[in-house]
Design a protein around this ligand. Structure first.
Ligand SMILES: [Zn+2]
Length: 52
């Protein structure tokens, strides 16, 4: 992609979820993001947090 207007994402969801392919306001919809986050946490289990 050459043109990216992330600052103009006011009301229209112009992104497509890279996981499920649905329209989302982010590159990954909240559902998939939550799922990925859960998997990440599962993989990082036992690893010290970065402190976010
Ligand atoms: Zn998704």
């Amino acid at each position: 992609m050459t043109q990216v207007k992330a600052e103009d994402s006011a009301a229209v969801k112009k992104h497509i979820c890279t996981i499920c392919g649905k329209h989302s306001d982010t590159v990954i919809c909240h559902a998939c993001e939550d799922k990925l986050r859960g998997e990440a946490l599962d993989q990082k289990r036992g690893v010290e947090k970065g402190g976010k």
